[in-house]
Design a protein around this ligand. Structure first.
Ligand SMILES: [Zn+2]
Length: 622
């Protein structure tokens, strides 16, 4: 791996220095340890770990193959996040596990914010909006949700479950809202008081709130009760009333939290029918103390509550605005606004208020015009993983895949000039993953290049081979030959994924035995277990794998009990039959939860998977 690490050393060290300097401008307490090292560790289970003075990372952050700039930004964000823990976690440590948000929400917020302020990655909140916030929104609507700062975490097994979308994404969103509500100056003053009072000691929520309260006149105790001690997502629904020469926006709220939001008001560009122009932005509180004031002017084409994504809430647009975005989403000028709108469409699908096919049609119409990598990646992932594979019925899936393939072809055509390699890479990856026929991608593999580029690096070669395996267009000999060509750790994972994906009974039996067999001398490592699970279930092979759906619930419980939380999580996340969206799977899963007593790490994953399954069934019925 050394040459790959060397190739990125300057980038990594530049980001490290820039974040270090920025934290020293924000925090009055200096870095509290003697040295700062960063090590990349094979088969690391977490993203990274903030050991004082020695941060350890997954070694996938050392790139052997081409990555997009958004992926580089994610790595930089992890560098910034872990460094923030030197203060939040290592200088001041939580007293008990109910306050892991004092570590994770802060490191998450500081990581994104500091990267934006101190490095070339100046648009991190768009990526946060489109990839991290949905993690929080989804977690917050499941039965397993909990307050950002829960009051009763009994033991370490329960604590481990809370390293989740609530403690990271919702917590960081709440802090972003706190900064909007309080002002950054008072927020940082409160934090510095907190460090000064509790340095090299332990602290809890009440201590943090007291430190904040010392820096502001605002009632932060009430704010904390509403935001940190409650569960669920508020919904802000816009309605626009207009009469000649004036219009009025009302924002209705379901939920109990106070929100400080920015409203964006847009008009159609009369010269270029496609674009939308920002007329004005203004801040407002929800709920409002008084009736909303009318604005002078014509009714806007689009009104976006939470335009700068400063709060955490589901947004519902007024009817005119919804129509405007379905037709003109790519004409919205700012990426962060587009992220808010894409999230609105996403959760409308999840709530049964927008047909999945309409979301797909919107993606097909607007993604080819999109230039932001995080948005293209986030929307394409939702469209393929959620919409095509789960929210549409199996007989609707081929048409959805055809739409996605055409969309990727369109993006590949538009990036032929070589100016947007990241966009092209995303399109190539998704073109491979959604291929319904092997011919085109098999030719790429044979030639070693996508026509017009890029050349296939190890990651793309394994990706093509995995898709060919799903489609029954390759065999063991080809997989073995590829492994001889790339015998690295990721090569081993690629081969395991391909072998598990082959559409024949023997291959499935071998893969199943590798994951769930009881001979502990043959146990797969955590990464190989995950790779095998990723290959195993394929919507194309529903008939072939059907007998394993019932076996899964029995075998996952046994392997989790025998091998512990890390494998339990992989078994719950990756080995779960997500494509089997039917009442029978739901029934089997519910029975497992009632009778089989899975260990906590597996139970949490199963509860979440079954809730997602129930939601997919409701979306299909809607
Ligand atoms: Zn962390």
């Amino acid at each position: 791996m050394a040459p790959y690490l060397d190739a990125d050393a300057d980038e990594l060290l530049d980001i490290t220095r820039a974040c270090f300097d920025r934290y020293h401008e924000k925090f009055e307490e200096p870095y509290p340890f003697d040295s700062y090292d960063q090590a990349f560790v094979p088969e690391f289970n977490a993203g990274a770990m903030e050991n004082p003075g020695l941060v350890t990372f997954r070694d996938e952050f050392v790139y052997r193959s081409a990555v997009t700039d958004t992926e580089r930004q994610t790595r930089a964000m992890v560098v910034a996040h872990e460094m923030a823990h030197m203060w939040f976690g290592d200088l001041v440590t939580l007293t008990w596990w109910d306050d892991i948000w004092l570590n994770e929400s802060f490191a998450e917020y500081m990581g994104y914010q500091t990267l934006t302020e101190a490095t070339r990655f100046t648009d991190t909140w768009t990526d946060f909006g489109v990839t991290r916030k949905p993690w929080g929104y989804d977690a917050d609507q499941r039965p397993s949700t909990h307050p950002v700062a829960p009051e009763n975490v009994q033991d370490t097994a329960s604590a481990l479950l809370n390293f989740d979308g609530i403690s990271y994404a919702k917590g960081a969103s709440a802090l972003r809202q706190l900064v909007a509500w309080l002002g950054e100056k008072d927020f940082l003053a409160g934090i510095n008081t907190h460090f000064r009072r509790h340095r090299f000691g332990n602290a809890r929520l009440a201590d943090f709130i007291d430190s904040l309260a010392s820096a502001t006149e605002r009632d932060v105790h009430a704010w904390a009760d509403a935001w940190l001690r409650t569960t669920g997502v508020d919904t802000l629904t816009a309605s626009v009333d207009s009469r000649p020469g004036q219009w009025t926006l009302a924002l209705d709220r379901t939920g109990e939290r106070p929100h400080r939001v920015t409203v964006g008001v847009y008009d159609r560009d009369l010269h270029d029918g496609r674009s939308l122009l920002l007329r004005e932005r203004y801040e407002t509180d929800v709920p409002q103390d008084t009736a909303p004031e009318p604005h002078t002017g014509t009714r806007p084409a689009l009104v976006v509550p939470n335009d700068l994504d400063l709060t955490y809430a589901k947004i519902r647009l007024d009817d005119t605005s919804l129509e405007t975005v379905l037709r003109g989403l790519s004409g919205i000028p700012d990426t962060l606004t587009r992220a808010v709108v894409w999230n609105t469409l996403r959760d409308m699908v999840r709530d049964g208020e927008l047909a999945p096919a309409d979301h797909l049609a919107t993606a097909a119409a607007h993604l080819p015009e999109e230039t932001d990598l995080a948005l293209v990646q986030g929307v394409l992932a939702f469209a393929s993983v959620h919409i095509a594979d789960r929210y549409l019925t199996p007989d609707q899936r081929p048409a959805a895949l055809a739409t996605l393939t055409e969309l990727c072809r369109d993006l590949i055509r538009r990036t032929e000039d070589g100016d947007h390699p990241g966009l092209r890479l995303i399109a190539v990856r998704h073109r491979i993953d959604t291929a319904a026929h092997p011919d085109a991608i098999a030719a790429w593999l044979a030639e070693g290049i996508v026509p017009g580029g890029p050349e296939l690096d190890p990651e793309l070669r394994w990706r093509v081979l995995a898709r060919l395996a799903v489609l029954g267009a390759t065999d063991e000999a080809a997989i073995a030959a590829e492994l001889a060509r790339d015998p690295s750790a990721t090569g081993q994972e690629g081969a395991a994924r391909c072998r598990a994906a082959l559409p024949d009974e023997d291959a499935k039996a071998r893969a199943w035995d590798a994951m769930f067999g009881s001979d502990d001398r043959a146990d797969l490592s955590n990464y190989l277990f995950t790779a095998t699970a990723q290959g195993f279930w394929q919507p194309e092979q529903a008939d072939l794998v059907r007998p394993y759906v019932a076996r899964y619930f029995k075998d996952a419980v046994a392997v989790a009990a025998r091998r512990g939380p890390a494998i339990a999580e992989a078994a719950g996340r990756w080995a779960f039959p997500v494509h089997a969206v039917d009442a029978e799977t739901l029934k089997l899963g519910e029975k497992c939860l009632r009778k089989a007593d899975p260990i906590p790490a597996l139970r949490r994953k199963l509860v979440d998977q079954l809730d997602d399954l129930g939601r997919a069934l409701r979306v299909q019925q809607a």
